[in-house]
Design a protein around this ligand. Sequence first.
Ligand code: CO
Ligand code: ZN
Length: 344
Amino acid sequence: MHTDLLKELCQTPAIPGREQALIDIMVRELRQTCDQVEIDAIGNVLGYRKGTQPGARKVMIAAHMDEIGFVVSHIDKNGFLRFSPRGGHVPRVLISQRVKIIGRKTLIGVVEGSPAFLKREDQQKTPEIKDLFIDTGLSEKEVNKHVEIGDVIVLDRDFIEQGDICMAKAFDDRVGCYVLLETMKRLKRVPVNVYVVGTAQEEVGVRGAFTASRGIDPDLGIALDVTAAFDVPGVAEHEHVSKLGNGVAIKIADAASISNHGIVKFLQGLARKHRIKHQLEILPFGGTDAMAMQRNGKGAVCTLSIPARYVHSPNEIIHKKDLEATIALLVKFIEASETCKLEF
Ligand code: CO
Ligand code: ZN
C-alpha cells in the first residue's frame, strides 16, 4: 500500500467551512476517474461516473473532507490567542499540543491553560475550552502581522508509519477520503450510476452530506468514516465497538442512523465470499454522513467504518490492512449493488 496520498490528505489543513485545500486534492484525484467533477455551494466535491445499465440505481458514496479544528477568535495585548472550536474537541487532549495557525504566514503555537499550572490543586482538573489559549511565544505586534480573526487553526502532527499501523491527526475522515479515491481508481465500469462525494462540514453536524443528498437523491448511500476502536487497556471486551486489525467494520447502527438490514447482510455476504476481513459494528454514540443520506435521500444506507483508536485526538491510530479491506469490500459492493435487496 502506498501511503503518500494518505499522508498528503492527513497533513492538509481543512476544517468545517474552510475545506479548500482538501477540495483541491479531491478534484485533482477525481478528475482522473470520474466522468464529471463539480463543487457545489457548500463546498462538497461531487464526482459522477455514469452506469452501463439504463435505469440502474444511483449509489452515493460519501466521505467527509473536514477535520476538527478551530478559528482564531481573539488576539490579546500580549499576543496570546483565543480560539473558537469547529467540531467536537476533548479539552483534556488539547493541553500542551502544538497547533498550526494558518495566517498570512503559518505560525506554530502551543495550547495551554493557566489554571492547570499555577495552582497545584488545579493540576488534576479537566479544563474547558474557554479556559485555554494559544501561545506562539511571539509579541502582539509579531502575531498581528501574520494572523487575524477567523484564521484557521489545526493540530500539528506528523504522519507516522510503524509496521502495519499509521499514526496521525485527522484520520477522521481522511481515511474515508482515501478509500473513496482508491476505490474509484480500482473500479471498472459498473451497471449503477456512481456518485462519490467529498462532503463539507460533517464535524459540525453532517451539513454537506444533507445538501449533496438532496441533489443526488440516492437509492443507496454508503458513508465512509472512522469508528471507535476501544480495544485498549481498561475497556471490557464487550465495549470494544471495533478492534484494530480485525478488518473493515460494517455498521449496523450508531446514534444517528440505522443501516438497512439488507445492505448489511449483502456486505457481509460479499466479505465472506471474497475473504475480506470484516467485523460488525454497533456504536452507541456518534453519527456519519449516512445520517444525512438516510434522511434526505431515499433512506437506504450503511456505513463502512475504518477502526481507529483515539478519534478526535492528534494521534489517531489505524491499521493499513483495515484500510485495504475497506477498499476491497467497497469495490465489490459497487460492482454488485444493483442486485442488493433491501430488508427491514
Ligand atoms: Co469526527
Ligand atoms: Zn468522521
